[in-house]
Write a protein that binds this ligand. Sequence first.
Ligand code: MEV
Length: 317
Amino acid sequence: MQTIATAYSKFILSGEHFVVEGAPSVVIPASCFSTQVSLYDQETPEITAICNFNCGQPGLDELRDTHEALVKDLIIKSAQILGIDLRGIGLRCMVKSSIPPGQGAGSSSSLSQAIMEAMMRHFLADDLHPNYLRWFSTQLENKWHGTVSGIDNAAIAYKRIMFYERDKTTKFIPLGSPMFFVVGTTGPRSEIDPYAVMRGLKQDQPLQYIAHHKAMSENAVQLAEALQHGDTLRVGALMNESEDIYETCGIVTKAMQTACQEALNQGACGARMTGAGGGGFVIACTPISRIEDVQMAWFDMGLKAVSILNFGLDRIR
Ligand code: MEV
């Protein structure tokens, strides 16, 4: 028997880090990158994993053994969560992914969800509501990484633009008009550990941290409204505002700041870091007429995985 499951990536537009503490946030799904997991029964009673990461990032091939060990471990963890007894079972897991790992596009959540979906469909049930996928893949990611907010898992499971608050009902945002985003990565995190920076800020400058928390919460609420009204200029302005907040927090690298500024120079309405920060993806809300200019500028600056996300041209969600 063979089972295949595919999970998209995501990009956050407001609320990173603060969302873990219950602040509101806004996230969009991204079909331009994905993870595919194929499970095959095999005669030898063991779990084997084969990984093929195809996101154009040098150095990933050397990490193949590490990734394969990780995938094997995630299969075992997912079986524990689902109550599946793997003793005596032979399973081959092939993973293909085009998501640059650890750069803000949700590679971990996408892998968690594709593994969970494949395991659930292979062993338990064929037709799965996204609620199950979201819940079980969040459990798997928690087991892997420690507690996550669940925002990435929700966006990947529902494939919708969402206003997200932890432990509350997730609201889908219907777009008031088509909207376009350009994304690109400045490369893997190296200089800054954004999680450590945010922890340090909370501990050493608590009042400043609370102010950022409040400003970001308000930003997410207003951004959801602007998306719903189809007000692209306001969406852009709010993205710039949240970028400023994260720059003040100290989790936006120089390369990310320069890329955001260049997108604005090329006519984007707004541009910001996305994901945990400290390197990785930036995202620009861009009028359709300026998409190529932003893309070309980012290619010229050496950004990788430069891609377009369009929402609402085919159908407004
Ligand atoms: C990572 O995509 C988003 C963070 O807010 C972590 C989380 O929400 O679990 C940094």
